[in-house]
Design a protein around this ligand. Structure first.
Ligand code: NAP
Ligand code: F7E
Length: 319
């Protein structure tokens, strides 16, 4: 039975990846940082099938002892300070976790067993002020936030350990992926949750920032399959994962509200508080390498994703 360690097990992607690996027969070790209250909301339905252990990307020793104790064949590094606006308020912490945390994990692997296969959760935020449209593995980076800058570091240190130490270190450059398990502050979930609240008469408006920003949005459940496929290849590499489509925040609102028989124009209020010091205006992937090499295709369409999220929030609030 192969053993996988997942950092960020309590996050959106950690929960979907753990389900996928359990279905494939893995022993799953999930790394959660210590907090005063347990936040297993996303994993509670399968928590008895995995082993949850304490560890923190800010603590080198915790990573070393995890690898020594559980002897994984694969490590998926999903932990990060992942919310872009917070990265301007806490830039040093974001750098320490999201950038240097990658080095700490790579160092732990190098010391304990350099044959362990490593996946780094890189991001389309690295493309930032995009240098070409669409964005592929060869598009130069121009990050626009401390988060994006930290992810560029995480990407290149992964490539560097691959080249310096011949390690199986792979970087998945994933475009935005969402789900009913998405954190409430990200725009898609903020919208689906607001639609459900408005529909049920619990609130009257939704305050948003830049409605014209465009993203290549897919379903998180599809994207974790790509992570796994990347670690099953003969050689480590970099892969862009996305749908190849782009949609604006406005379009997301239109579809989400319409799905509940509402007109977004009556409820959405623009609020400058949600504008960013530097914006990423347009992201759209060129995922042709992943389609060829990994035979990976997203199954859920943009419209299916939006309606799935609204339906889920409606059902949750009705409960
Ligand atoms: P998420 O829901 O924000 O989850 C982040 C996880 O990291 C949480 O489990 C969090 O723990 C954990 N974490 C934070 N700081 C940590 C630390 N110091 N030590 C250990 N764990 C720590 O993020 P996600 O959407 O699942 O994304 C997973 C990864 O993919 C992240 O690295 C993200 O930057 C990257 N990514 C995401 C997207 C996307 O669209 N979702 C796209 C590209 C790349 P708590 O629960 O305790 O906070
Ligand atoms: O913003 C605009 C905002 O916070 C998307 C993370 O998973 O994906 C995510 O980063 C867009 C931006 O995601 C609001 O200005 C408008 O242009 O949902 P988001 P993100 O910043 O794209 C990447 C790939 C990651 O790697 C990250 O970890 O929506 N927007 N109004 C708003 N955004 C938010 N959050 N809230 C608003 O009210």
């Amino acid at each position: 039975m192969p053993t996988a360690i997942i950092t960020g097990i309590t996050g959106q992607d950690g929960s979907y990846l753990a389900e996928l690996l359990l279905n494939k027969g893995y022993r799953v070790i999930g790394v959660a940082r210590r907090s005063s209250t347990v936040n297993y909301e996303r994993i509670e339905h399968f928590v008895d099938d995995i082993t949850v252990v304490q560890g923190d990307l800010q603590d080198q020793g915790s990573l070393l002892s995890l690898l020594e104790e559980y002897k994984p064949t694969e490590v998926y590094n999903l932990a990060a300070q992942s919310f872009v606006p917070t990265s301007w308020n806490q830039p040093a912490l974001t750098g320490d976790v999201t950038a240097l945390g990658v080095t700490r994990m790579l160092e732990a692997i190098r010391f304990v067993n350099s044959k362990i296969r490593f996946y780094q959760a890189s991001s389309s935020e690295m493309f930032g002020k995009v240098m070409e449209v669409p964005q592929s593995e060869d598009t130069p980076f121009y990050p626009r936030s401390p988060y994006g800058v930290a992810k560029v570091y995480g990407h290149w240190i992964t490539v560097n350990y691959r080249e310096s130490f011949d390690m199986f270190a792979t970087s998945g450059i994933l475009f935005n992926h969402e789900s009913p398990r998405r954190g409430m502050e990200f725009v898609t979930r903020k919208i689906s949750n607001a639609v459900a609240n408005i529909k049920l008469g619990k609130t009257k408006e939704l305050r948003l920032g830049n409605l014209e920003a465009q993203r290549d949005w897919g379903f998180a459940g599809d994207y974790v399959e790509a992570m796994w496929l990347m670690l099953q290849q003969d050689h480590p590499d970099n892969y862009v994962i996305g749908t190849g489509e782009t949609h604006s925040v406005r379009e997301f609102c239109e579809i989400a509200f319409a799905h509940a028989d509402l007109d977004y124009k009556e409820f959405v209020v623009m609020d400058e508080k949600f504008y960013r010091p530097a914006e990423v205006d347009l992201l759209i992937s060129d995922p042709s390498k992943a389609r060829m090499a990994l035979k990976w295709e997203p199954a859920v369409s943009f419209k299916e994703l939006v309606t799935m999220m609204v339906d889920s929030d409606l059902a949750r609030l009705k409960r």
